[in-house]
Structure formats: structure tokens, C-alpha cells
Design a protein around this ligand. Sequence first.
Ligand SMILES: [Fe+2]
Length: 145
Amino acid sequence: MSLVNKLNEFLANQQVFYVKLHNLHWYVVGPSFFTLHAKFEELYDESAAIVDDVAERILALGGSPVASVKKASEIATIKELCDEKISGDDSVKTLIEDVKFFNNLSKEIRSLAGEEGDGVTEDQFNNYVGAYEKLLWMLEAYLCK
Ligand SMILES: [Fe+2]
């Protein structure tokens, strides 16, 4: 698969993730509500920045970024949530699965970019890997793992 196609796969999933983080922000319940509600807002703001940065990298490479909800839903593989209350622990568990997915995909894109001599994309996704690994540590610490 070409680098641009992989970047669009990442972008489409990130667009769905942005919505999913809002779902968690709105529907999380329990004693950790205030902590998680605020954390999910921080994460959807970060996700919005990632969406824009990845789309603009695709454009810089001469590609066409996914720019519709319909197309993003067709490509994305991360699971969306129902519109119903979710506990703090369950919300962090589903988040861990998604962050692992983005971390693995970021590593794949980093390698692909490296093979193609595209140091800029390689650096961009190397930064994402660092950020996702840090976030995974924090989410797992939240679950006392
Ligand atoms: Fe809000």
C-alpha cells in the first residue's frame, strides 16, 4: 500500500476517533467523571490537531486527504460507541485499544516513510509514537496495571 493510502487510513480512523472522544467526554459516568471528562476534551483537541497535520502532510505529498464523514466511516476500522453511559474504567479500556491501534499504525507509517526516504513524514509519525506510548503508560496507570 502506498504511503499516501496509509496516511489516509490513519486520517480516516483519527476522524472517527475525534467523534468517539466526544462520545466519551459526554457519556462517561462515575466517581472519576470530572477527571476523565476533562482528559477526553484534551484528547479530542489533540486529535483535531493531528487530523489537520496528517491531512496537510497528504496534500504536501500531492495526495487527496479523506474529507467527508461518509468516506472516513468506510475506511476507518476503530469501533464506534453507542450513545449511552459508560463507566470510567470501560472508557479507559476502549481508549487503550484505540491508542494501541494508532501507535502500531504510526510505527508502520514511520517505517514506510523511512523506506521511501521521506524524513518529514518519518519524523511526524515518530513524534506520534512517542506521544501514544506516553499516553498508554498513563491510561494503564489509571487502571492500576
Ligand atoms: Fe464539553
